[in-house]
Design a protein around this ligand. Structure first.
Ligand SMILES: [Zn+2]
Length: 153
């Protein structure tokens, strides 16, 4: 029996996200085809805006898919060479195939565009306060006595 591998679940979640985006992309391609055809058939129809929004959505989804693929690689202890695309072990400083140097951050978990978006959308969870502020009265009041001169009434 294989031992339960928590990574397998994480990876399958990433894969599910990729599959969802892939099917959205296919749907957008269909819609673009239809919109373009309508426009082609009748010169009075202008679907440029609808086509453009779908093109942008496809680009965004494609980028997110690439992000998820990097996350899956990371879970497997791999990273991709930015120069040749070869998968390398996370701890490698240079690509074993083309010799390109990896960034220092390359062994860390890849930051993805959707995580950055989620981080800005949600309020950052407040960390436990480092210092406990005591609400005690100061033992000695600062010696600023009667700076305001009393005016005679
Ligand atoms: Zn390389």
């Amino acid at each position: 029996m294989a031992l339960f591998d928590p990574k397998a679940k994480v990876i399958s979640n990433y894969q599910k996200s990729i599959d969802e985006r892939s099917s959205s992309i296919r749907k957008y391609y269909d819609e673009i085809g239809k919109l373009y055809y309508d426009q082609y058939k009748d010169m009075n129809v202008d679907n440029t805006k609808d086509i453009n929004t779908r093109c942008e959505a496809i680009t965004r989804l494609s980028n997110e898919i690439e992000d998820f693929k990097l996350k899956i690689l990371f879970e497997k202890g791999l990273k991709k060479c930015p120069n040749c695309g070869t998968e390398n072990s996370l701890e490698y400083g240079f690509c074993f195939k083309c010799g390109a140097k990896f960034d220092e951050d390359s062994s860390k978990e890849p930051k993805t565009s959707f995580e950055a978006a989620a981080a800005t959308a949600e309020e950052p969870a407040a960390e436990a306060p480092a210092e406990e502020k005591t609400e005690e009265e100061p033992a000695e009041a600062p010696a600023e006595e009667a700076t305001e001169e009393k005016t005679e009434e």
